[in-house]
Design a protein around this ligand. Structure first.
Ligand SMILES: [Fe+2]
Ligand SMILES: [Fe+2]
Length: 187
Protein backbone atom coordinates (compact mmCIF):
# COMPACT_ATOMS: atom_id res chain seq x y z
CA UNK A 1 0.00 0.00 0.00
CA UNK A 2 1.39 3.35 -1.06
CA UNK A 3 1.55 5.80 1.83
CA UNK A 4 1.31 8.95 -0.31
CA UNK A 5 -1.78 7.54 -1.99
CA UNK A 6 -3.38 6.92 1.43
CA UNK A 7 -2.53 10.46 2.55
CA UNK A 8 -4.22 11.88 -0.53
CA UNK A 9 -7.30 9.71 0.02
CA UNK A 10 -7.44 10.77 3.67
CA UNK A 11 -7.30 14.44 2.75
CA UNK A 12 -10.49 14.02 0.72
CA UNK A 13 -12.56 12.85 3.71
CA UNK A 14 -11.10 14.76 6.66
CA UNK A 15 -10.98 18.41 7.66
CA UNK A 16 -7.52 19.97 7.80
CA UNK A 17 -7.55 19.72 11.60
CA UNK A 18 -8.30 15.98 11.64
CA UNK A 19 -5.98 15.27 8.74
CA UNK A 20 -3.13 16.94 10.62
CA UNK A 21 -4.00 14.92 13.74
CA UNK A 22 -3.70 11.74 11.65
CA UNK A 23 -0.27 12.79 10.38
CA UNK A 24 0.89 13.48 13.95
CA UNK A 25 -0.40 10.03 14.99
CA UNK A 26 1.51 8.55 12.03
CA UNK A 27 4.77 10.23 13.06
CA UNK A 28 4.34 9.38 16.75
CA UNK A 29 3.49 5.77 15.95
CA UNK A 30 6.48 5.41 13.59
CA UNK A 31 8.83 6.72 16.31
CA UNK A 32 7.41 4.17 18.76
CA UNK A 33 7.62 1.49 16.08
CA UNK A 34 11.35 2.14 15.78
CA UNK A 35 11.81 1.82 19.54
CA UNK A 36 9.83 -1.42 19.79
CA UNK A 37 10.96 -2.98 16.49
CA UNK A 38 7.46 -3.16 15.11
CA UNK A 39 6.40 -3.48 11.47
CA UNK A 40 6.56 0.15 10.30
CA UNK A 41 4.51 -0.46 7.19
CA UNK A 42 1.62 -1.90 9.21
CA UNK A 43 1.90 0.98 11.66
CA UNK A 44 1.86 3.60 8.88
CA UNK A 45 -1.26 2.19 7.21
CA UNK A 46 -3.18 1.73 10.48
CA UNK A 47 -2.22 5.20 11.76
CA UNK A 48 -3.27 6.93 8.56
CA UNK A 49 -6.61 5.13 8.36
CA UNK A 50 -7.55 5.07 12.07
CA UNK A 51 -9.77 8.19 11.88
CA UNK A 52 -10.81 7.81 8.24
CA UNK A 53 -14.50 7.64 9.26
CA UNK A 54 -14.31 10.32 11.96
CA UNK A 55 -16.29 12.82 9.91
CA UNK A 56 -18.82 10.43 8.41
CA UNK A 57 -22.38 11.36 9.32
CA UNK A 58 -24.00 9.79 12.36
CA UNK A 59 -26.43 8.01 10.00
CA UNK A 60 -23.61 6.53 7.91
CA UNK A 61 -21.72 5.35 11.01
CA UNK A 62 -24.78 3.67 12.47
CA UNK A 63 -25.79 2.10 9.14
CA UNK A 64 -22.36 0.58 8.40
CA UNK A 65 -21.96 -0.59 12.02
CA UNK A 66 -25.36 -2.27 12.05
CA UNK A 67 -24.62 -3.96 8.74
CA UNK A 68 -21.07 -5.13 9.33
CA UNK A 69 -20.53 -5.21 13.11
CA UNK A 70 -24.02 -6.12 14.29
CA UNK A 71 -23.10 -8.04 17.43
CA UNK A 72 -20.02 -6.04 18.39
CA UNK A 73 -21.71 -2.65 18.23
CA UNK A 74 -25.27 -3.42 19.33
CA UNK A 75 -24.77 -2.14 22.88
CA UNK A 76 -23.01 1.02 21.66
CA UNK A 77 -24.95 1.81 18.49
CA UNK A 78 -25.63 5.47 19.33
CA UNK A 79 -22.05 6.08 20.46
CA UNK A 80 -20.46 7.49 17.31
CA UNK A 81 -17.15 8.01 19.13
CA UNK A 82 -16.87 4.22 19.31
CA UNK A 83 -18.47 3.48 15.92
CA UNK A 84 -15.98 5.54 13.88
CA UNK A 85 -13.25 3.00 14.69
CA UNK A 86 -15.28 0.02 13.50
CA UNK A 87 -16.35 1.83 10.36
CA UNK A 88 -12.77 2.85 9.53
CA UNK A 89 -11.69 -0.80 9.77
CA UNK A 90 -14.53 -1.69 7.39
CA UNK A 91 -13.36 0.98 4.91
CA UNK A 92 -9.78 -0.28 5.19
CA UNK A 93 -10.94 -3.75 4.21
CA UNK A 94 -13.65 -2.88 1.71
CA UNK A 95 -12.21 0.17 -0.09
CA UNK A 96 -8.45 -0.25 0.40
CA UNK A 97 -8.47 -4.08 0.29
CA UNK A 98 -6.39 -4.44 3.44
CA UNK A 99 -6.57 -7.95 4.88
CA UNK A 100 -3.79 -7.78 7.46
CA UNK A 101 -5.40 -8.59 10.83
CA UNK A 102 -3.01 -6.44 12.86
CA UNK A 103 -3.73 -3.39 10.72
CA UNK A 104 -7.49 -3.95 10.77
CA UNK A 105 -7.53 -4.53 14.54
CA UNK A 106 -5.31 -1.52 15.25
CA UNK A 107 -7.89 0.62 13.43
CA UNK A 108 -10.92 -1.12 14.91
CA UNK A 109 -9.77 -0.96 18.53
CA UNK A 110 -8.01 2.42 18.54
CA UNK A 111 -10.73 4.04 20.66
CA UNK A 112 -11.53 1.31 23.17
CA UNK A 113 -8.44 -0.87 23.17
CA UNK A 114 -9.00 -4.52 24.05
CA UNK A 115 -7.33 -7.31 25.96
CA UNK A 116 -4.48 -9.18 24.22
CA UNK A 117 -3.66 -6.31 21.87
CA UNK A 118 -0.80 -6.92 19.45
CA UNK A 119 2.26 -4.66 19.38
CA UNK A 120 0.94 -2.74 16.37
CA UNK A 121 -2.44 -2.27 18.08
CA UNK A 122 -0.78 -0.95 21.23
CA UNK A 123 1.41 1.47 19.30
CA UNK A 124 -1.45 2.97 17.27
CA UNK A 125 -3.64 3.17 20.39
CA UNK A 126 -1.04 5.00 22.45
CA UNK A 127 0.16 7.22 19.56
CA UNK A 128 -3.41 8.47 19.17
CA UNK A 129 -3.43 9.34 22.88
CA UNK A 130 -0.06 11.10 23.03
CA UNK A 131 0.48 12.79 19.65
CA UNK A 132 2.16 16.18 20.28
CA UNK A 133 -1.01 18.28 20.28
CA UNK A 134 -2.82 16.13 22.86
CA UNK A 135 -3.24 18.02 26.09
CA UNK A 136 -4.97 16.51 29.12
CA UNK A 137 -3.98 15.65 32.69
CA UNK A 138 -1.15 13.07 32.84
CA UNK A 139 -0.39 13.19 29.09
CA UNK A 140 3.27 13.99 29.83
CA UNK A 141 3.55 10.99 32.16
CA UNK A 142 1.91 8.78 29.51
CA UNK A 143 4.32 10.14 26.84
CA UNK A 144 7.34 9.39 29.00
CA UNK A 145 6.11 5.89 29.86
CA UNK A 146 5.38 5.10 26.20
CA UNK A 147 9.08 5.40 25.40
CA UNK A 148 10.03 2.71 27.92
CA UNK A 149 6.98 0.57 28.67
CA UNK A 150 3.94 0.49 26.38
CA UNK A 151 1.83 -1.59 28.77
CA UNK A 152 2.34 0.83 31.65
CA UNK A 153 1.66 3.81 29.38
CA UNK A 154 -1.63 2.32 28.19
CA UNK A 155 -2.58 1.31 31.73
CA UNK A 156 -2.12 4.90 32.96
CA UNK A 157 -4.00 6.24 29.92
CA UNK A 158 -6.95 3.90 30.38
CA UNK A 159 -7.11 4.55 34.13
CA UNK A 160 -7.32 8.29 33.48
CA UNK A 161 -9.81 7.77 30.64
CA UNK A 162 -12.06 5.63 32.86
CA UNK A 163 -11.91 8.25 35.64
CA UNK A 164 -12.95 10.89 33.11
CA UNK A 165 -15.78 8.72 31.77
CA UNK A 166 -17.09 8.07 35.27
CA UNK A 167 -16.96 11.77 36.20
CA UNK A 168 -18.94 12.67 33.08
CA UNK A 169 -21.34 9.76 33.61
CA UNK A 170 -20.42 8.33 30.21
CA UNK A 171 -20.59 4.71 29.06
CA UNK A 172 -17.37 2.72 29.49
CA UNK A 173 -16.79 0.20 26.71
CA UNK A 174 -16.35 -3.34 28.00
CA UNK A 175 -13.18 -3.71 25.88
CA UNK A 176 -11.53 -0.86 27.81
CA UNK A 177 -12.28 -2.53 31.13
CA UNK A 178 -11.00 -5.87 29.87
CA UNK A 179 -7.86 -4.19 28.52
CA UNK A 180 -7.24 -2.51 31.87
CA UNK A 181 -7.63 -5.77 33.80
CA UNK A 182 -5.35 -7.59 31.35
CA UNK A 183 -2.67 -4.87 31.62
CA UNK A 184 -2.89 -4.91 35.42
CA UNK A 185 -2.14 -8.61 35.30
CA UNK A 186 0.80 -8.43 32.87
CA UNK A 187 2.54 -5.13 33.66
FE1 LIG B 1 -10.43 8.04 16.51
FE1 LIG C 1 -7.33 9.78 16.33
Amino acid sequence: MNIDFLKKELATVLSKKRYEHSIRVLNTALALGEIYNANLNEIAIASLLHDYAKEFTREELIKISKEHFTEETKDYITNVEILHSYVASYIAKDKFKIDNTDILNAIKFHTTGRKNMSLVEKIVYVADAIEPKRDYPYVEEIRDLALVNLNKAILLEVNKKIEHLIKGNYVIHINSIEMRNWLLKIS
